[in-house]
Design a protein around this ligand. Structure first.
Ligand code: GLA
Length: 727
């Protein structure tokens, strides 16, 4: 690993173990271009890749065609207004109302380590190196510092940009993307994730077409519908081979991730905060820091890319004591009781659950203020003693006496019109003066961009947490942002609210994990609308979807695991018929599917059948047996139900290849068929393995090249685990 500047060639080369990212400086004006990203290279003399020897050449050799140069040159951080008519990464409004910008090389520094980003989530870790490349617009006196970090143990490049106003005039930033790079098009495919509530992160793969394409959110959060993650891959690339470029954004607000295919078949790939609804005042000497973008290149297909993201996020993004720890098996009362609960009912669930080996009770929505349904009381974070007779401490103590931990639900960013908080502070809700703000789930969003509002809510939440031994928080957010205006900012700065809101949420969560470092935090947003890399900096796990149906989850979890580690995916066994789709699946299958995530229960354990209840101790044992492997191992996808409509299969292999767990789900039973041959992945070819429960042994190479035979089970939705252990 290392970052080097080759002075004679004017080339920067960032080498991770298997990849190189190359940037070049050309022309006497010092234009900074993207040269190469891919498999590791050894040479420095690579500037020919920017095609500067071809027409239109560079302005110093062909001044009459400067615009053609701009419109073809692979600018590393493209600007707007001077002749590159493709998507720009940065745009300003200067004191005269102009938006043009020209960035050229002004200097660089190569540093050991990686700095945190003030107020923003960021990857971290020793064994890293950072290139800070400073570009400058001489006319405007504005600097852009592009930051590139690499780590010793993962093939990823982490980018961000800092825009510094060195002039004496105030300017406005109207676009500041985190990363952009150009590449040759080799007839690539692209992958984006789409969805809806209860259908999050479905994978869509299509060819890259001409013009702009990609994904975005203007909802104030990532949302259920689209995701900042994008991949560009060879059409022949599959799970285990082929070139794949993955890009993700470490951010939890409005985003735009795009691919643009130009007239000359180059691709521009970019991600960052969505420029719509973004306008940031930059006073003299002020700087704006973009969120981080993560770039991953793998020549080992989608699987190689996923494993790299998983390692990066597990080792260099997630923090806190639970990062490397098994999480307690929880039981959440939402689908068990909805709003209809009280102390006795919760204790009834806890008593039964504790006997079965479940380790934590989570009290979901409905414990505070006048919250008897979802029409009221958000913001009134006082325990409702009518429901919780004896108070929170009594309940928590009783749960603790059963040997269980206790967790609680909050939705701190929200306010109900029917709440004491709204009656006292109507201006704390985001709303545009003169307009009636739109409700969603009968609630408004608090103006978390205002420090005093965020501080007030934080104190209310903290007071509850200080009052009893609460060891887990589910932080929910059940509507997007609309009618966005802040009573606290002048009219020129209303465009800052969306980003300031996200910064406010980050600040609150940072305070939360600082004051309560033992807390297990799980983010959530109407299911999985805030499953993003930004949130993983604060919470090691995120609720994946409100749809806990085992079959629906196969597709949701496949899309989520494309870049997020299994250890982060909130997954529970829920009741049947499933509350979202009405499907009835075997209890065993629900357990096997939830095992690929954090594992827990979302049902009334006192009401399910005896037969199902009796399976819980076995499932608890299964979780304890396999969770270390699932949490820390390498993930390999073997078959996708989304693609084949019959079965799903994936496996997790220990880093030292000493064991693996294969999960096979037969979704639709076929009639009159032979057993299915499944080729395993990721094992050591020369090691000898045994499949638990069988006598014989196999070489790893046999299991991977010749495969195992999976008998068809009787019925639909059946699942099986294969534990492969070194003999
Ligand atoms: C969201 C969450 C659910 C539950 C409800 C409570 O929808 O995703 O798990 O907490 O809110 O209102």
């Amino acid at each position: 690993m290392g970052i080097a500047y080759f002075e004679a060639e004017r080339i920067f080369r960032l080498d991770t173990k298997n990849t190189s990212y190359v940037i070049g400086i050309v022309d006497k004006e010092g234009f900074v271009g993207h040269v190469y990203y891919g498999k590791r290279l050894k040479e420095a003399d690579l500037s020919y890749l920017m095609r500067i020897a071809e027409g239109p050449r560079t302005p110093e050799t062909n001044g009459r065609d400067r615009l053609s140069f701009y419109d073809t040159f692979p600018q590393e951080y493209p600007t707007h207004g001077i002749g590159d008519f493709r998507e720009s990464a940065v745009r300003i409004e200067d004191a005269n109302g102009h938006s043009a910008m020209k960035l050229t090389y002004a200097g660089h520094e190569i540093k050991k380590g990686k700095q945190p980003l003030a107020g923003l989530p960021a990857t971290w870790g020793e064994n890293s190196e950072t290139l800070e490349l400073t570009l400058k617009d001489e006319v405007l006196d504005i600097q852009v510092v592009l930051s590139y970090s690499i780590f010793e143990d993962v093939d990823a490049v982490i980018r961000s940009a800092r825009i510094v106003n060195c002039s004496k005039e105030t300017i406005y930033l109207t676009k500041a993307m985190s990363a952009s790079f150009d590449m040759d098009n080799h007839d690539y495919d692209k992958i984006v994730l789409h969805g809806s509530w209860a259908r999050e992160r479905h994978i869509e793969r299509t060819p890259v077409s001409y013009g702009l394409q990609g994904s975005r959110s203007l909802r104030g959060e990532g949302g259920h519908q689209e995701h900042a993650f994008t991949a560009v891959l060879e059409p022949a690339a599959g799970q285990n081979s082929g070139e794949v470029y993955g890009m993700d954004l470490v951010y939890s607000g409005n985003f735009r991730s795009l691919i643009e295919r130009s007239q000359f078949d180059s691709l521009r790939v970019m991600t960052g905060i969505h420029p719509e609804d973004f306008r940031w005042e930059l006073c003299p000497e002020a700087a704006f820091q973009t969120p981080e973008a993560v770039l991953v290149y793998s020549s080992e297909g989608l699987g190689g890319m996923s494993r790299c993201f998983h390692d990066l996020y597990r080792n260099h993004l997630i923090r806190g004591s639970y990062r490397d720890k098994k999480r307690p098996i929880l039981i959440n009362n939402w689908e068990a009781t909805y709003f209809d609960f009280n102390t006795e009912k919760l204790l009834g669930i806890a008593r039964e659950a504790s006997k079965l080996g479940i380790e934590m009770l989570v009290m979901d929505d409905g414990w505070f203020g006048n919250r008897f349904d979802d029409n009221r009381a958000l913001g009134d974070w006082e325990v409702n003693e009518e429901k919780l007779a004896g108070g929170l401490k009594y309940l928590v103590d009783e749960v603790n006496k059963l040997g269980m931990k206790f967790g609680i639900w909050f939705e701190p960013e929200m306010i109900s019109p029917d709440s004491d908080l709204y009656r006292a502070h109507p201006d704390w809700a985001l709303q545009i003066p003169g307009r009636t703000a739109g409700l969603a789930r009968n609630q408004y969003v608090l103006d978390i961009s205002r420090e005093e509002v965020a501080d007030y809510v934080f104190e209310k939440v903290a007071k509850v947490l200080r009052s009893a031994n609460v060891e887990y928080v589910k932080w929910d957010m059940n509507r997007p942002l609309a009618d966005v205006a802040s009573a606290a900012l002048p009219k020129e700065r209303q465009g800052e609210i969306f980003h300031r809101y996200v910064l406010g949420v980050y600040r609150m969560q940072e305070r939360l994990i600082t004051e309560f470092p033992y807390l297990l935090l799980e983010n959530c947003s109407g299911g999985g609308a805030r499953f993003d890399a930004g949130m993983l900096y604060y919470s090691p796990q995120i609720w994946c979807s409100d749809d806990a149906d085992a079959i629906e989850r196969l597709t949701i979890q496949e899309g989520t695991a494309l870049m997020y580690p299994l250890s982060t995916m909130g997954a529970h066994v829920s009741d049947c018929p499933n509350h979202t789709v009405g499907r009835v699946t075997p209890f065993e299958t629900r357990g096997h599917v939830a095992l690929a995530g954090t594992f827990g229960y979302e049902l009334d354990v006192t009401k399910i059948s005896e037969e199902e209840r009796n399976q819980i101790p076995e499932q608890v044992a299964m979780y304890h047996k396999y969770n270390d492997l699932v949490r820390t191992g390498d993930y390999y996808r073997i078959a996708s139900y989304r693609e084949n409509h019959t079965h799903d299969c994936y496996m997790v292999v220990a880093k030292d290849k000493s064991e693996a767990l294969v999960t096979f789900i037969q979704v639709a039973r076929r009639a009159n068929v032979h057993s299915r041959n499944i080729k395993l992945l990721g094992l050591a070819p020369e090691k000898t393995y045994r499949i638990e429960g069988e006598e014989r042994t196999y070489l790893g190479s046999t299991l991977m090249n010749a495969g195992i035979l999976v008998q068809e089970a009787w019925g639909d939705y059946k699942s099986r685990l294969y534990h492969v252990v070194e003999a």
